[in-house]
Write a protein of this length. Sequence first.
Length: 89
Amino acid sequence: MITGSGLDLGDPSHRKHGDHDVQAYIARFGEQKVEADALVTRPQAGRDLCENAILKYIDLDGVEEFEEERRQKRQEMQRALDNLLRSGE
């Protein structure tokens, strides 16, 4: 967990070692650090990483079913609106 200044956040003598966010990070991931800037230099890798993380929680068949039902409901509404407007003429 080497900082930009070369100091180790994992070292108990580091002035920020006891900070809540540092301790929460260490508790969750251990004393390792991942540079978010690495994704800036490889944007497609970052997009792929995010997409794969999200897709673990999405039912793609359910999304398609939702989209199809929404298309049908919009068509029904458009027909009803057209009929309403024609009857008012």
